[in-house]
Ligand binder design. Structure first.
Ligand SMILES: Nc1ncnc2c1ncn2[C@@H]1O[C@H](COP(=O)(O)OP(=O)(O)OP(=O)(O)O)[C@@H](O)[C@H]1O
Ligand SMILES: [Mg+2]
Length: 225
């Protein structure tokens, strides 16, 4: 589904990724781990077309993201849900409205929004917070709203960049459970993190990046650094 073929990306003189080649299968749950500055976020940004590689190819379902026209990026983004560490919810909207907003902006019908949003909130375990505003929710609950929002368009791929970074261990583990559940329903998940304990508990494929290079790629791997 995703193929990095000899991908190199530098920011000025800083080499963020060097000659990366990895494949990610449809339906896979992949953790990308490595220390701060290793290149994890760069990898995520390349997948969504936010950054362009200096060389190499990045194929998503046979579309070369490295060559995609800027005008086609919105279509790519609709296939891909993204969740970040800093959860940016609309503060004056409820959990329901935050998720609904993602569908409104793409012109979905009111009736579809009314039936779809509750289903997505249920999937992330937030049915009881439907009408809560962000300032009435815990960090973990807000992150689950952000995940629900990322799922609104039923993406085939969910990218999560350090989604548990600001959470305590209990909330963090709940987020991982939600990601695993989403993956079990068929969505490919890529999780970038340096949370060692979490990754060790997931027992799925782990790619370890060190200074922009893949140093380990293990099935049911462990975070070894
Ligand atoms: N916009 C940028 N301009 C210049 N250098 C950058 C930029 N973004 C990232 N870098 C550099 O590229 C390297 C890889 O950064 P990246 O953000 O991918 O790391 P990371 O693994 O996500 O780190 P963290 O765990 O801290 O989030 C680092 O050396 C970083 O300083
Ligand atoms: Mg990062």
């Amino acid at each position: 589904m995703i193929k990095f073929d000899k991908v190199t990306k530098a920011y000025g003189k800083i080499a963020a990724l060097k000659d990366i080649s990895i494949g990610i299968q449809k339906g896979e749950f992949l953790s990308v781990v490595g220390q701060s500055g290793a290149g994890k976020s760069t990898l995520i940004k390349l997948i969504i077309g936010e950054e362009r590689p200096d060389s190499g190819r990045i194929l998503i379902d046979d579309i070369d993201v490295a060559k995609i026209r800027s005008s086609d990026i919105p279509y790519l983004r609709r296939k891909i849900g993204v969740v970040f560490q800093d959860i940016k919810l609309l503060p004056s909207r409820t959990a329901f409205e935050n998720v609904a907003f993602a569908l409104e902006v793409s012109g979905e019908k009111e009736s579809k929004i009314k039936t779809e949003v509750p289903k997505i909130l249920e999937l992330v375990g937030l049915s009881d917070k439907t009408d809560a505003f962000p300032n009435e929710m815990s960090g973990g609950e807000k992150q689950r709203v952000a995940i629900a929002r990322a799922l609104a368009h039923k993406p085939v791929l969910l990218l999560a960049d350090e989604p548990t970074g600001n959470l305590d261990s209990i909330n963090a583990w709940e987020i991982i459970q939600v990601l695993l559940k989403i993956n079990s329903k068929g969505t490919t998940v890529v999780l970038a993190t340096h949370a060692k304990d979490l990754v060790n508990s997931i027992k799925k494929r782990v790619v370890t990046i060190e200074k922009g290079q893949v140093v380990y790629d293990q099935e049911k791997g462990k975070y070894v650094l």
